[in-house]
Design a protein. Structure first.
Length: 109
């Protein structure tokens, strides 16, 4: 397992993803947002788009033909992931997502 960022919450350090899984922290705006022109966009509109999150931990990778293939994302990356391709977990009232590497669509630079 690759090391986690030391300035993350204590809860993130308690979760170790296995295999080709990635632990993500998603910051959600519960109240929606406003455009530059002042139009209010409710949170439900954002739910129709692919999700984004910050990588807080990664597994070691997956084995293919007996050879370990490491994960392509690293701790600190911001990624876009498939809308339905994750599992939600909660540790001490803090929410995280676990995503298989195959469900990560892109890294945002």
């Amino acid at each position: 397992m690759k090391k986690q960022n030391s300035n993350l919450s204590e809860n993130a350090n308690k979760i170790i993803p296995l295999g080709d899984r990635v632990l993500l922290k998603v910051s959600e705006d519960k109240n929606g947002s406003k455009t530059a022109s002042g139009i209010f966009i409710p949170d439900t509109v954002d739910k129709e788009k692919p999700e984004q999150g910050k990588v807080v931990a990664v597994g070691e990778g997956k084995y293919i033909d007996g050879k370990l293939i490491p994960i392509n994302v690293k701790v600190g990356d911001t990624v876009v992931f498939s809308k339905y391709g994750y599992d939600e977990i909660k540790v001490n009232d803090e929410e995280f997502l676990i995503v298989k590497e195959d469900n990560i669509l892109a890294i945002i630079k």
